[in-house]
Ligand binder design. Structure first.
Ligand SMILES: [Zn+2]
Length: 456
């Protein structure tokens, strides 16, 4: 059988692979979904051609933590603290989710991400109240055609108490639909950790994940919920290279060093951390400890869903903090420590590392799958291009996302997602939103202000 060959021709290619670097006027040859060559003028004549003239080509973005199940509740928590979010979204809404709400939230969330150039997402899915909910979450990820990790976070009810979790549904999926590591959709375990449960429950959860051979993702160092909790996990010997620590805002520097020493990865959700009371985004402190973070959106109940805003906010917040520290020491800043290239790397290859997928995606490297994004540079916010990495990290927005490929398959072409029934999706999202908000008698005009949840 002849191979399916595609040539991305003549783009400005930012590979995010330190060995290859940037390739101006670069070609990328794809064979059966995999990148086989990157370079200037590959001279290939027997492949389907995607013209990348006036395009910057980057690896697809990777969102290392997003709760897609909430997407139909978009922006309801925009003016809430984390404590109010726990009351409104977890206590009130999470309990009444139906499988169809989980499904449409997931599908809308992942398609929005794909449309904006995020080709891989870890779906932090923690209102899986029945096995039908988990199947619905998985159905949405598979249907989206994105690369995704279903991080199974159990039923909503376990999040509000220190009791042991029942992981039998994780085992069911692990032994069934998620038994393979080769598919586009794989699985991880989303655990409560000591911020949201007891240390004894954490020990059980870590042991369950490792028995099942699943990577672990955990919120930790979260606002008033977390104090010395990485240290506590370290005392129990639980830290490891299979774990991604989300937020880390209130962790002490020695705890960040413990994460580094055990090979762990981190996910910074800068906008949410700044808005909702998590503490300062720890980007610079993580870097100082030797952990290069990935980036995440977290909740579309609070903020927008694209990686461009995540890169901009991460960089501007980190620069503001570093510059302020120097000014307070009586020193005028003379250079910027964290660069646009750093933040693009956080949004791509570091996301792949956090998901355990760095052999498959995260950079434009021969041997990896072709998860690629072509950004238009012939639009008003993009030309002339004088610093291509900054064009991506600071100037671009989702309207520049022209073409998106996942494992070589074109899922967005000429600015339009391929094969998506938008009227159906909108009808399902509206129906779900109507059911959910009317069930808790919440208004849709932005006036809903839940009471704060008591931090414990
Ligand atoms: Zn989260």
């Amino acid at each position: 059988m002849t191979a399916q060959r595609t040539l991305i021709r003549d783009g400005w290619v930012i590979t995010v692979d330190p060995e290859i670097g940037d390739v101006p006027s670069g070609d990328i040859l794809i064979e059966d979904g995999r990148i086989v060559a990157v370079g200037p003028d590959l001279g290939v004549t027997d492949a389907e051609v995607i013209d990348a003239t006036d395009r910057i080509v980057i690896p697809g973005f990777i969102d290392s933590h997003r709760h897609t199940w909430q997407t139909a509740l978009r922006n309801i928590a925009a003016d809430w603290t984390l404590s109010q979010y726990i009351t409104g979204v977890l206590v009130q809404l999470g309990a009444i989710y139906r499988p169809e709400d989980t499904y449409v939230g997931g599908l809308l969330g992942v398609l929005e991400a794909l449309d904006g150039g995020i080709t891989t997402m870890l779906d932090w899915s923690h209102a899986l109240n029945t096995p039908d909910h988990a199947d619905a979450a998985l159905d949405a990820l598979v249907e989206s055609r994105a690369r995704a990790v279903l991080a199974h976070g159990n039923a909503n009810s376990i999040w509000l108490g220190p009791a042991s979790a029942d992981w039998s549904d994780v085992r069911r999926l692990r032994e069934g639909r998620c038994s393979s590591e080769d598919g586009l959709v794989t699985m991880a375990m989303a655990v409560r950790g000591p911020d949201f449960g007891s240390i004894e429950a954490a020990e059980e959860d870590w042991a369950a994940a490792r028995r099942l051979g699943l990577r672990i993702t955990v919120h930790i160092g979260v606002g008033g919920f977390g104090s010395r909790h990485v240290s506590l996990l370290n005392d129990r010997g639980l830290l490891g290279a299979d774990t991604t620590y989300v937020h880390c805002s209130r962790l002490d520097d020695d705890e960040l060093a413990m994460i580094a020493a055990t090979g762990g990865t981190a996910s910074v959700a800068c906008e949410v951390e700044m808005h909702m009371g998590h503490g300062y985004p720890p980007t610079g402190r993580l870097l100082a400890a030797g952990v290069r973070p990935s980036l995440s959106i977290d909740v579309c109940t609070g903020i927008g869903g694209d990686m461009f805003a995540a890169m901009r906010s991460t960089l501007s917040m980190q620069r503001a903090m570093a510059n302020d520290e120097m000014l307070n020491a009586g020193v005028t800043p003379e250079h910027l420590e964290v660069t646009t290239r750093d933040v693009l790397e956080f949004a791509t290859i570091q996301g792949a590392r956090a998901l355990g997928l760095e052999d498959r995606t995260g950079s434009i490297t021969p041997g990896k799958d072709a998860d690629l994004v072509l950004l238009r540079t012939d639009q008003l916010n993009m030309f002339p291009v004088n610093h291509p990495v900054a064009s991506v990290a600071l100037a671009a927005n989702t309207s520049n996302v022209d073409t998106v490929l996942v494992r070589g398959e074109v899922v967005k072409r000429n600015g339009v997602l391929v094969g998506v029934d938008l009227p159906r999706l909108r009808r399902l999202a509206d129906d779900s939103r109507d059911f959910l908000l009317s069930s808790v008698q919440a208004p849709r005009d932005g006036a809903w202000q839940p009471a704060a949840f008591a931090a414990g």
